[in-house]
Design a binder for this molecule. Structure first.
Ligand SMILES: Cc1ncc(COP(=O)(O)O)c(C=O)c1O
Length: 358
């Protein structure tokens, strides 16, 4: 099994450490640990290893599913890996909607064959007919990220329904990574696919909406046969979720009304800063749901990577569109502290002005 190098992670590994301003992340500034009880008692494995049954029941309920139709994982990343391993075999085919977080096409491509369906710029619309055209007789999996990273697009309910119906007709699963869903305003949110029927598998976690990436706590929800197969794979990956992650995660889930509202307000305010920046420099973007915007590159730069390298010189890290196979764009994360975002945008503005006046 070959896995492609994770372009975004490699870019961040090269530039993030030591940058004055990091706008390369896609999440919200992390919460302080002292807002929670951080003593889980004895640090054993979580038993049962698929996660605490009561907490599983609480989260599974959101998908109208039973506790055994949900598995706790070490982050959404592990949930996605397990979902792919549980649903795809060698020789199978997957349809992956891109641009997206690289795991969501590179993991399926490591196991089977992948056909990518591209979202259409500038408003990143999903075309269900293109998904239908991409389906093959051996398609077992369709993969969507909703809201989408990097564009911040929310695929509306009727699109998701149409793609779900295509998956059902092909007797395949629709895997939706919904890790940014808690950052969308409640009235904008689309129903999670795991609650839509026997073909839906949802992944999520506490990294983005709750601002707790260091907990490494996430989950996968879906039909029992998928969740059971995922658990069997998990025996070989991380055995159980982290006891510490589950202890703090339980409190974060209990307090989610307060925490999600706080984080959404934070992101909404920062989004206004980016919107002003986009306007001032004549760039283009889709007003995003999460904490990342996919901005067009100023014309004065020959490529998004060239723009991003000039920004690195000025101490700012953002993600070049090339890391999403979309040259011509940059992904700007605006979930950091407000002063950090403002500082980063000011530096970006300087870089653009210097180049325009050169
Ligand atoms: C769409 C998507 N899924 C999963 C992840 C990884 O999330 P976690 O920290 O919960 O493993 C990311 C991180 O950026 C992401 O953007």
């Amino acid at each position: 099994m070959d896995i492609e190098s994770f372009a975004l992670e490699r870019w961040l590994a090269e530039h993030e450490h030591g940058a004055a301003v990091n706008l390369g992340d896609s999440g919200v500034r992390p919460l302080e640990a002292d807002r929670f009880d951080t003593d889980p008692g004895r640090l054993g494995y979580v038993i049962p290893t698929n996660g605490d049954p009561d907490l599983r029941a609480t989260v599974a309920d959101r998908y109208d599913r039973a506790p055994d139709e949900l598995l706790f994982t070490c982050g959404t990343q592990e949930a996605n890996l397990l979902a792919v391993l549980a649903t795809l075999d060698r020789g199978d085919h997957a349809v992956c909607v891109t641009p997206t977080y690289q795991s969501l096409h590179s993991l399926p491509a490591a196991v089977g064959e992948v056909t990518r369906v591209e979202l259409a710029a500038p408003d990143w619309t999903l075309d269900p007919d293109a998904v239908a055209d991409a389906i093959e007789p051996n398609t077992e999996l369709i993969v969507l990220n909703n809201p989408n990273n990097p564009t911040g697009k929310i695929h509306p309910q009727e699109m998701v329904d149409a793609v779900y119906d295509l998956a059902a007709a092909a007797d395949a699963y629709l895997l939706a990574d919904e890790v940014y869903r808690p950052l969308a305003e409640p009235d904008e949110r689309v129903e999670p696919v795991a609650g839509m029927g026997p073909h839906g598998v949802s992944t999520c976690g506490l990294s983005k909406g709750w601002g707790l990436p260091g907990l490494r706590f996430g989950w996968l929800a879906g039909p029992e046969e998928v969740v059971t197969a995922a658990w069997e794979w998990k025996d070989y990956t991380t055995i159980s979720p982290s006891a510490f992650g589950q202890h703090v995660g339980r409190q974060a889930i209990e307090r989610e009304d307060e925490l999600l509202a706080e984080n959404r307000t934070h992101v909404r305010r920062n989004r206004e800063l980016v919107a002003e920046f986009v306007e001032e420099y004549g760039l283009d973007w889709l007003l995003p749901a999460g904490a990342t915007g996919f901005l067009t590159v100023p014309e004065a730069f020959e490529s998004s990577e060239a723009f991003c390298r000039a920004l690195v010189e000025e101490g700012v890290v953002v993600a070049p569109g090339e890391t999403f196979d979309r040259p011509g764009y940059v992904r700007v994360g605006f979930g950091a502290d407000r002063a950090t975002v403002a500082d980063g945008l000011e530096r970006m503005g300087r870089v653009i002005e210097d180049r325009r006046s050169a």
